[in-house]
Design a protein around this ligand. Structure first.
Ligand SMILES: NC(=O)C1=CN([C@@H]2O[C@H](COP(=O)(O)OP(=O)(O)OC[C@H]3O[C@@H](n4cnc5c(N)ncnc54)[C@H](OP(=O)(O)O)[C@@H]3O)[C@@H](O)[C@H]2O)C=CC1
Ligand SMILES: CC(C)=CCC[C@@H](C)[C@H]1CC[C@H]2C3=CC=C4C[C@@H](O)CC[C@]4(C)[C@H]3CC[C@]12C
Length: 425
């Protein structure tokens, strides 16, 4: 069998597992995420504010302006002349093209935002206070956008790919197309890399500036925002590497990714900074800067693990890992254009566990939350959800690899027996 995503769903053979996967889980997420995100932004302000009513979905003119400007800014950077890069060719022969100006986009966004804050000093506090409305607008936009993706992917697909039928709610959740484009740009790059990631960064800065205006300097808050900013700067530096991941080569543009980056990222990923405006961290300055040192180490180590694999792949295995020639397993997989050979790295971090990059990813996420430890669990919301998301991702990634490499994947798992933490899991 050629290595491809062999979709197919047989309602007559529905197992309890299928029912959960194709009906219960997507319905649950679609129903829970919207009220959940709105609750978080109301609750996170920690005041006795009246709970938002249904009119919050209409947003406000300020909220819609913020959303529209951020989207237009992200879109503009995907249209300006720039170098291009490409993702892996799909099994049905499509090679997605991306704009390779992530670093410029990141710095230009930061500078433009700081400039706006200097021009309108009340801007950060206004955005902070209007966040429930901004989240209302984002929810309305995202839910509708995912309907458009579903309709277009189902009735007017842009690619030649043929995929099996699934329950409608699952198609909405999963999405229909792998690499859809809109007005000349790749939708996943626009929504995930450009909107989601820059919203996370600019919201962090907004909350930090709002905190400074409403209270005073707080080392714990600054450290938390700095660590996330360094992490996000690293993301834009490595953006081309992201085009080789599960989200791009396997997941489709639908609720999971698009609603995820339009709503889940701004509400949950940036939540600790949001929470710190009304609940300034209570750790001492010295503790905060020790956390900073550790956090930077975790972010860099996370990058180092990804980088080892990138160098290994780019050199076809002819590289050194930790000062010794890389060790690997030779593997084969079938494609529609014949059998292909590849290699799986088994030395360095990739010999310790099959997803050691996630260990540092999690440590980094816990490090920028830990400055809020005196407030209990809320500052750890993102890191806790990330733990669940990454464990689920390990299983999804391994299902993909097992389908792709077959018996070779079993051999690799024997050589590198642990998934995440050596000796434990
Ligand atoms: N903050 C967040 O929300 C999240 C952050 N991340 C971060 O994003 C980055 C990328 O993570 P992610 O895309 O999940 O996964 P990985 O970078 O771990 O990539 C997994 C893929 O790499 C290939 N691979 C796996 N093992 C080996 C090996 N030993 N040798 C060579 N190739 C191998 C396989 O693809 P193939 O063989 O087909 O090429 C596999 O599907 C990480 O830094 C991670 O921490 C990830 C998820 C969520
Ligand atoms: C339940 C629900 C709606 C989930 C949404 C999940 C998505 C928003 C995330 C799933 C995978 C996430 C990411 C993967 C890898 C990344 C690289 C990292 O360096 C930066 C973050 C990210 C782009 C991250 C972003 C959110 C997801 C797409």
């Amino acid at each position: 069998m050629a290595w491809s995503i062999q979709d197919g769903f047989h309602p007559k053979e529905l197992t309890p597992g299928d029912a959960i996967r194709y009906y219960v889980f997507p319905c649950f997420l679609v129903l829970v995420c919207t009220p959940g995100s709105l609750f978080l932004l109301w609750f996170g302000q920690g005041k006795d504010r009246p709970a938002p009513d249904a009119s919050v979905f209409l947003g406000s003119s300020f909220a819609w302006t913020v959303v529209a400007v951020t989207l237009a800014w992200a879109y503009a950077f995907l249209r300006i002349p720039s170098a291009k890069c490409h993702g892996p060719t799909t099994y049905f022969g499509q090679t997605p093209e991306y704009q390779a100006n992530g670093v410029l986009y990141f710095w230009a966004s930061l500078i433009a935002f700081v400039f706006c804050c200097a021009l309108w000093p009340d801007l950060p506090v206004s955005i902070y206070e209007e966040m429930p409305y901004i989240m209302g607008s984002l929810n309305s936009f995202a839910l509708l956008f995912c309907v458009l993706l579903l309709v277009r992917g189902k009735y007017w697909p842009q690619s030649k790919e043929r995929i099996g039928k699934f329950p409608l709610i699952y198609e909405y959740y999963r999405g229909m197309e792998l690499h859809p484009r809109i007005f000349g740009v790749d939708i996943k790059q626009l929504i995930i890399c450009r909107f989601g990631m820059i919203a996370w960064e600019l919201l962090n800065l907004t909350y930090l500036f709002a905190g400074l205006r409403l209270h005073s300097y707080n080392a714990g808050f600054l450290v938390s925002v700095l660590l996330q900013s360094i992490y996000l700067a690293k993301f834009f530096w490595w953006e081309a590497g992201y085009f080789d991941t599960l989200d791009i080569i396997y997941d489709r543009a639908g609720f999971y990714l698009c609603y995820g980056c339009l709503v889940f990222v701004p509400s949950i990923y940036a939540f600790s900074s949001y929470y710190f405006v009304a609940h300034p961290p209570l750790v001492s300055d010295v503790t905060a800067w020790v956390v900073f040192g550790l956090g930077i180490a975790f972010v860099l180590l996370n990058y180092k693990v990804d980088y080892e694999k990138q160098v290994f792949k780019n050199t076809g295995g002819k590289c050194e890992i930790w000062g010794k020639p890389a060790r690997y397993l030779e593997v084969e997989y079938s494609t529609t254009s014949g059998v292909k050979r590849s290699k799986l790295l088994t030395s360095g971090f990739w010999g310790m566990s099959r997803h050691f990059n996630y260990v540092f990813e999690l440590l980094a996420a816990y490090s920028w939350a830990v400055v809020g430890i005196h407030y209990g669990a809320w500052p750890f919301l993102y890191s806790t959800i990330l733990t669940i998301l990454l464990v689920q991702r390990i299983f999804r990634d391994e299902e993909k690899c097992s389908k792709k490499y077959g018996k070779y994947w079993d051999q690799y798992c024997k050589r590198v027996p642990y998934r995440l933490i050596p000796g434990v899991f």
